[in-house]
Design a binder for this molecule. Structure first.
Ligand code: MG
Length: 377
């Protein structure tokens, strides 16, 4: 089974105010689109298509090197969806989710429920049963009532068997309110999975305040610090933050003695209150002798994810007179980001000397300090 999501972000919607399309407006510390993409990135799908307007030049540049398949939007929403579907051709996709970028409070539960429903249905979408009484009105007066019993408010992501929705879109004559209507018009049976009242679509200016309250309500922010020291010994290189740096000495240690990576790993364990490297990988255990420290860092990152946290950023400072870190810091950031599955903008590696004071000043070893910020959900 190969899964994919199409995030439709090509709209120019400015009804929400702010002078830029709503998906690029700030919301609870990042942009609307960042929240949406983060939730889908965490859902372990095989592919994520991001449909962008040709006018959003900055977004094209920004996401170019990321994990998303970028596609240009069409003349309208269905055109954008069709372009997204076309970009997934020959990817062996069996299930596809189609989501509006302006629903940033989408939960992992709803995404997963839609995917599970697709095991037994060709199409599935979240719907929220209408609980308020419904009126019709005119000129500020109630003119009638409507039976709400069989009414649902439609949400996204709407999920489909890939081949079926491609065919349905190709056959559709236009004017559909959403992809569920396209699927229905093609005769597909669509299962309703329980929607989420928090999964609002940002449309009006006041929706930002509500979305911000939802996103911040159960946000748990955790900080951890890490500190490590390794002593110089014989050798012709050191490994710092995953990068082999030529040097006239090596660092001693049970593993590869990557003091920077150890500090970052301990900072993550610290934020989780889950001990330290020594506890998870005892130095007394011979299997970790000479081990690449990447194993430790990956373990900490996986543990964070399993406890429901994502790493917001890490910052590492290496303390040494030599080797000079500056020329290698870009490579170190990039390597650390790769291992942790983060964008490089969330990883900092910097260095300082200790003015020739103390053990680092006497070049007896290298010290490293690190801070990690973890956020849930
Ligand atoms: Mg160490």
């Amino acid at each position: 089974m190969t899964t994919a999501a199409i995030i439709v972000a090509a709209g120019r919607g400015q009804r929400a105010g702010g002078g830029v399309p709503k998906q690029w407006r700030p919301l609870a510390g990042q942009r609307v689109a960042d929240w949406t993409l983060e939730q889908f990135a965490a859902a372990n799908l095989d592919h994520i298509v991001l449909v962008l307007s040709a006018e959003d030049a900055k977004a094209w540049t920004e996401f170019e090197s990321g994990p998303f398949i970028l596609v240009e939007g069409g003349a309208d929403r269905s055109g954008s969806v069709r372009n997204g579907l076309a970009a997934l051709e020959n990817h062996g996709v069996t299930k596809v989710l189609i989501h509006d970028v302006a629903r940033p409070c989408i939960s992992a539960r709803v995404i997963s429920d839609v995917l599970v429903a697709l095991d037994t249905h060709p199409a599935a979408a979240p719907g929220l049963a209408v609980t308020d009484a419904l009126w019709t009105g005119h000129d500020g007066q109630v003119t009638g009532t409507r039976d709400r019993d069989s009414l649902f408010a439609a949400q996204t992501p709407q999920g489909f068997h890939y081949d079926a929705i491609v065919e349905a879109h190709a056959a559709h004559t236009g004017g559909a309110a959403d992809d569920v209507q396209v699927a229905r018009d093609a005769g597909l049976a669509i299962a309703i999975v329980p929607g989420d009242a928090d999964n609002l679509k940002i449309t009006r200016p006041e929706d930002f305040a509500r979305a911000e309250r939802i996103l911040r309500a159960d946000m748990d922010i955790r900080l951890g610090n890490g500190y490590d020291v390794h002593r110089f010994g014989d050798g012709d290189h050191v490994v710092l933050c995953g990068v082999k740096v030529p040097h006239d000495r090596g660092l001693q240690g049970h593993s590869d003695a990557d003091v920077g990576m150890h500090a970052v790993t301990d900072a993550i364990y610290g934020a989780l209150a889950q001990g330290d490297i020594g506890q998870h990988f005892p130095p007394s255990d011979p299997q970790w002798k000479g081990a690449a420290s990447e194993i430790f860092l990956r373990h900490a990152v996986k543990l964070a994810a399993s406890m429901g946290y994502r790493i917001s950023n890490v910052d590492c400072t290496l303390v040494c007179e030599y080797p000079k870190v500056g020329p290698h810091s870009a490579a170190m950031r990039s390597e650390m980001a790769r291992i942790m599955g983060l964008h490089e903008s969330r990883v900092s590696v910097k260095a300082t000397t200790s003015e020739r004071l103390g053990f680092t000043g006497r070049s007896e070893g290298i010290a490293a300090l690190a801070t990690a910020c973890l956020v849930s959900p």
